[in-house]
Design a protein. Sequence first.
Length: 77
Amino acid sequence: MRPPACPRSMSRPGTVIIGDNVVRGGKIKDSTDQDPSIQGMRQFYDRMSSEPRLTATAVQTVGSKGWDGFSIAIVNG
């Protein structure tokens, strides 16, 4: 089931959208991984990349807990 899209009325140009835990321990790159959290994160990336109003990037972090990361997206005009 696909989550509902965020209504356009909830954002305006300049809105910043932050996503956390987007690297999922590096498992996100394994296209055969069927874990629901990994699949959900792929849907998140797909939806961000298909939204023409967004400029987005993901940043990988590595620390004592392993690989993780966050995403930043900005709503354009």
